[in-house]
Design a protein around this ligand. Sequence first.
Ligand code: CO
Length: 134
Amino acid sequence: MIGRLNHVAIAVPDLDAAIAQYRDTLGAQVGAPQDEPDHGVRVVFITLPNTKIELLHPLGDASPIQGFLDKNPAGGIHHICYEVEDILAARDHLRGSGARVLGDGTPKIGAHGNPVLFLHPKDFTGTLVELEQI
Ligand code: CO
């Protein structure tokens, strides 16, 4: 059911430092920061030949990324995103298997303008999983 790895998201406490590291030290193609107030994040996409890295930084007081950084002050891998062809079919299949879909199960529009859902990390070996319909 899942397809390609769309991105790995990394929460970072210092976005400018992380941008400089990926651009200057690692020599990656780093995009411009985008604010996503609906998700409480400022996002930077890094394009690699086979996937993307998503740098996440808190935006606003109620950002879910702030809680993650409180527990992981140096930053860390926040989630991984797999592509699916039909997000509602994927959701229904996963719920039928007993997996928990976060929120009310209605896909939100993610950073690429596509519908996304998140799956409970405790149901997926401790990893927060994002599904994105491509
Ligand atoms: Co993501």
